[in-house]
Ligand binder design. Structure first.
Ligand code: PLP
Length: 355
């Protein structure tokens, strides 16, 4: 039976990423050594990280003046690294979910934080639109895709101050206007690579403005200067990231990827909207094209465990919703084929016919 991986992260990766990574683990570049045992300073690995950076720049059309970094520590480390480097007095945060709340909590250690708006009162089922970003804030932080709640800011918003975005779960899902952002970061373990590497795209001119001393490892300038090699970088996840970026390029880049993602999301949301037993949890206009959250309508609520079992038996892996909202969450990241989404839709329809 074919198993489809709908996990929220770590999650599905392109088959070519998995196969080529497995090959590199056995015999990297045909040099007779595993990528697990080579020096990060070898010329073979330098070529990998150079290609990964070049593909980031090409696929996202990153303008001059920005650096691409591969770091450790996860997106969670960026929750403190961003304010450490950018927050002198005041920063603005849009609170759209658990991850945004965590970012905001860390930033409070460094200065005054203005929560410009929050959708917490509605269990984060929408993206607030009515807010003002203080013009004297050092930056404005958003989480573009709320992995847990299935909401997404799918356009590059205008901000009066440098825009900082956690794009852990929607990077590379659509073309971006990077020039509208001061800094973009994310853990790799959704659309890019296995867990272990964190990407940062940073506009260099924003750095060096805070007066506090910054520990060397937490200073973006250290990693820019050393080409992400100040310390030993996560070699294997960077290799996998390079493979995923090659796959994306081969597919036609981010415009082509977005078209496929929109088709997949429409297929699943249409099935939910036309269902008599399922209903979506996120407000329609803010629905994520990466994480589709749905529950059973009140009158069918007791069938949720039965559907969970039914779907799992038919190869749908990882569709259990996050514990904070329950129900189901189908993560349909870049690497999920349309046939996988169709299989889930078929499964939902079959279950509905039986009830
Ligand atoms: N931000 C978002 C939007 C996420 O979805 C996650 C993890 O799922 C994180 C941050 C935390 O990432 P990490 O585990 O890499 O610290």
């Amino acid at each position: 039976m074919k198993i489809y991986n709908f996990s929220a992260g770590p999650s599905i990766l392109p088959q070519s990423t998995i196969e080529n990574t497995a090959e590199a683990v056995k015999n990297f570049n045909g040099i007779g050594l595993s990528i697990l045992e080579i020096s990060h300073r070898s010329k073979d690995f330098q070529a990998v990280i150079d290609e990964a950076v070049a593909l980031f720049k090409e696929l996202l059309d990153i303008p001059e003046g920005y650096s691409v970094l591969f770091l450790g520590g996860g997106a969670s480390m960026q929750f403190c690294m961003v304010p450490y480097n950018l927050l002198e007095k005041k920063a603005a945060y849009l609170n759209t979910g658990t991850w945004a709340s965590k970012a905001l909590k860390e930033a409070k250690l460094f200065g005054e934080i203005v929560e410009v708006a929050s959708s917490k009162e509605a269990l984060f089922n929408y993206i607030p639109k009515d807010y003002t970003v203080p013009a004297d804030a050092d930056y404005f932080h958003i989480t573009t895709n709320n992995t847990i709640y299935g909401t997404e800011i799918r356009k590059d918003i205008d901000s009066p101050v440098p825009l900082v975005a956690d794009m852990s779960s929607d990077i590379f899902s659509r073309p971006l206007d990077v020039s509208k952002y001061g800094l973009i970061y994310g853990g790799a373990q959704k659309n890019l690579a296995p867990a272990g590497v964190t990407f940062v795209i940073v506009k260099e001119e924003l750095l060096g403005k805070v007066t506090r001393p910054i520990p060397t490892m937490l200073d973006y300038r250290t990693h820019i200067k050393e080409g992400s090699m100040f310390n030993t970088p996560p070699v294997l996840p960077i290799y996998s990231a390079m493979e995923t970026l090659r796959w994306l390029k081969g597919l036609g880049g981010l415009a082509a990827m977005e078209k496929i993602n929109l088709e997949k999301a429409a297929l699943l949301y249409d099935a939910i909207d036309s269902s008599k037993i399922f209903t979506g949890t996120a407000k329609e206009e803010d629905r994520s094209i990466m994480n589709v959250c749905f529950v059973m309508k009140d009158e069918y609520k007791e069938l949720e465990p039965e559907f969970q079992k039914f779907a799992t038996e038919r190869g749908m892996s990882g569709i259990k919703g996050h514990r904070s909202i329950g129900g189901f969450r189908a993560s349909i990241y870049n690497a999920m084929p349309k046939s996988g989404v169709q299989a889930l839709v078929d499964c939902m329809k079959e279950f509905e016919r039986n009830h």
